[in-house]
Design a binder for this molecule. Structure first.
Ligand code: AMP
Ligand code: FE
Ligand code: FE
Ligand code: ZN
Length: 300
């Protein structure tokens, strides 16, 4: 039988609940042949995952999920096959994680101003060595009984547009694509169905992404088919995965339920082989007029 891959997984190096070692074990038991670890602004789990995967027959693709902002909207960009040992990329990721820490502090400050007595230390405990984010704040609030559920924290306080929300000091998607390209990786628009309008999709394609994450738990079949059509029209790659965080919401069984066939991974490898050395080049290449059709329609 053809192997299956899950290319969107978080670990304790960001807001996931499981270590790299545990994730690879769950992946093997779920029968996956390839996975990618895609922590937010961190590649800290990759080396361990590759080593454990090698020992038990699960291929591990280096990955990362970058937070970008387009016209004030959150856009996540996935990077695959990047050289995670690249000094320039690591320096950038470190800055992004430092910004996350400052933002988390600001969010906790806002919560305290709203008379929610959440100590910042409780959030730091949740984050451990991981790249800090709002899920750590939500878990700390839940544990201290400051909310009844994890989701309530987002709905009442820290979700987009709620009173304790703070924006990331974010880069543009174009910069995220350039950062991934600098380390020789392929970039994909993450879960576009979550927040990306069709106009934003056009901009992101023009920004030079290599593909679209068509398969994601938040995409119903018709969305998946829509994105697959766009990808085919513009010769883009397709990817997918479970966006597994291993929280109480998603038990380990969730790993392996949102997967892609191995030939999609093979197509990515071919693209890496086919394309010219990208390090140091501007993205997208200039001088190419926009295509007709989806990109050419509308006013964006
Ligand atoms: P951050 O990177 O700090 O902006 O946090 C983003 C993460 O928070 C996402 O990857 C989701 O896992 C989670 N998240 C964002 N909005 C919500 C929401 N409304 N309900 C539950 N989780 C959310
Ligand atoms: Fe996350
Ligand atoms: Fe995401
Ligand atoms: Zn994710």
């Amino acid at each position: 039988m053809e192997g299956r891959a899950d290319l969107h997984i978080h670990t304790t190096h960001s807001d996931g609940a499981y270590s790299a070692r545990a994730i690879v074990g769950h992946a093997r038991r779920a029968g996956l042949t390839t996975i990618s670890i895609t922590d937010h602004d961190s590649t800290g789990a990759i080396d361990e995952a590759i080593a454990v995967g090698r020992a038990c027959g699960v291929a591990v693709i280096p990955g990362v999920e970058l937070s970008a902002s387009l016209d004030g909207q959150d856009v996540h960009i996935l990077g695959y096959f990047l050289d995670h040992t690249h000094d320039g990329v690591q320096a950038h990721l470190q800055v992004l994680r430092r910004e996350r820490l400052r933002r988390a502090e600001r969010i906790v400050g806002r919560l305290n101003d709203l008379n929610v007595p959440l100590p910042f230390e409780a959030v730091l405990d949740q984050a451990g060595h991981g790249s800090i984010g709002r899920p750590h704040i939500a878990h700390a609030m839940l544990e201290l009984g400051l909310t009844q559920t994890y989701h309530e924290a987002f709905l009442k306080y820290i979700g987009s547009g709620r009173p304790a929300y703070e924006r990331h000091a974010k880069m543009t998607p174009r910069e995220a694509v350039a950062l991934i390209a600098m380390a020789g990786g392929l970039s994909f628009i993450a879960h576009p169905g979550a927040s990306v309008t069709d106009d934003m999709l056009k901009t992101l394609i023009s920004d030079g992404v290599d593909g679209i994450e068509t398969v994601h738990p938040c995409h119903p079949p018709e969305r998946e088919a829509f994105y697959a059509g766009i990808a085919a029209e513009y010769f883009l790659l397709t990817s997918g995965g479970s966006d597994f965080h291993g929280t109480k919401k998603h038990g380990p069984v969730y790993l392996g339920t949102s997967t892609i066939p191995e030939p999609w991974v093979a197509a990515m490898r071919r693209r890496l082989f086919d394309r010219p050395q990208v390090r140091g080049l501007d993205f997208p290449p200039t001088g190419i007029p926009p295509a007709a059709g989806f990109l050419g329609s509308g006013t964006a």
